[in-house]
Ligand binder design. Sequence first.
Ligand code: GLC
Ligand code: CA
Length: 562
Amino acid sequence: MERHWWQKEVIYQIYPKSFYDSNHDGIGDIRGITEKLPYLENLGVTMLWICPVYQSPMDDNGYDVSDYRALAPEFGSLRDLDELIGEAKRRGIKIIMDLVINHSSDEHEWFQKAISEPDSKYHDYYIFKEGKKEPNNWRSVFGGSVWEKVPGRDEYYYHTFGKKQPDLNWENRELREELYDMVNWWLDKGIAGFRIDAISYIKKDLTWKDREPDGADGLAKCSKASRNQLGIEVFLKELKEKTFDRHPCVTVAEAAGVPYEKMGEFIGDQGFFDMIFDFRYADLDIASGNEWFHRISWTVKDLKDKMMKSQSVMQEYGWAANFIENHDQPRAASKYLGSDQNDANAVKMLGAMYFFLRGVPFVYQGQELGMVNFQRKSMEEFDDISSIGQYQRSLEEGFSEEAALNIVNLRSRDNSRTPFPWNDEKYGGFSETKPWIGMTEEYPAINAAAQIEKEGSVLEFYKEMIAFRQNGPYHDTLVYGDIEPLEICDHVIAYRRYREKEAILCLFNFANDEALIRLEEGEHIPVWGNLSGTEIKGNEIRLQPYQALLINERTENKKPEK
Ligand code: GLC
Ligand code: CA
């Protein structure tokens, strides 16, 4: 693959509402990010993805935009953002923004006009259907029908997500042009690119026909008829040609459900995007990303198989976007390590396992501290609209209140949205005012101050790991090298990164037990890991419980035979 500048980035995702509150109103803000740039620079990340900060009624915390060219006042002003972009740049950190163009807020001027002036052009900027009842039985991602009645009229509008997030009608050329103008306006401001929200939903099955119900509510999940539909490629190609292609920017799309066979169209040489997130391994504990009550038991082997399959596909077509956490996912330590979530070695091993995969690593705020999920005791403690929807859905499906609460606790998007714990003071140093959402119980122990420059801390480990990838002796191989998945044993994830004559064997023991491993013939030099003093005897190595180890295989040419 031809080299691109963005392949060597390490991207840190910021959920601004919960990062740092600079003016102590309980809500994180843009100046808060600017103030914490030294922390991010010290960590070594090279790019920030900032979740939406546009003007919004915050029904879905900014993923409901009411003005694409203005910021939410609680986050700050455009001037604050310019200052952040400038200050970050001075420290060698680029910024990408979140682009939410499948839907807007119902408070967007376009939607307001669509309702108040149904004969205006804005009516066709959204999807309306006349009738006395819902036009079909599709279920929205957050639960309930995708259709919401327009008050006082026999008319419904379509929303993939919440009621306050009406979908934009991509079939309308004028609407598309307005969106492209806006995208170009942002790129002209000097941001480095976008993470593109829910983009696989922009094309719908225009027959709008009912589907086979798949739940106790009698509805059918909308994604089968509204995600990655034929014809989406026309819109995505146009979006790229009219915006991204005109700027030296990077794009990473949240494009759930893209079939692996189609990956070339999405991230190939002429792909619509540079990278897309693959959720197949992130959602290995549930039947689908938005049905949390269908829990599935899984093993390390399942994680390995899913992850390696994903890597192989991405390698075939392009470049991967690797992550174990984000603002929609539970904390990785809790999800993947279960009762060992507080074992620092295990947390480090997990971090290293995905970090050295082939692709750009994304680190979500707090992941670098080994933050864990919370246990909320009642539904009142939740903010996330998806958690509330899933609680309802779980009850409808016959789960008890207690079971439903447990399901939501395990998967709630609020798990990762708790305020960033800067120290062990009141409200974790995030704010001097009660934050908009509760802290994790663990913050007195798991916080940044307790880990900065503390030998052996998870944070220092992440810092070292980032430096090792970015500036270490094996930089070229660890960034640009190919990946070869290896089968060692069920609870060890192993792969090889190789390039020309260099090969780095990467081993991750997911068991809290030793693992005896037989290596191939040749010279093996341990170069990096989460434990010191590893001895390799002959071709045998005893991996310690939760050990992560990178080995330089000084063999002539490790390129596997095709
Ligand atoms: C994406 C976002 C999520 C949001 C949804 C609707 O999945 O990551 O947070 O709720 O889109 O915009
Ligand atoms: Ca604030």
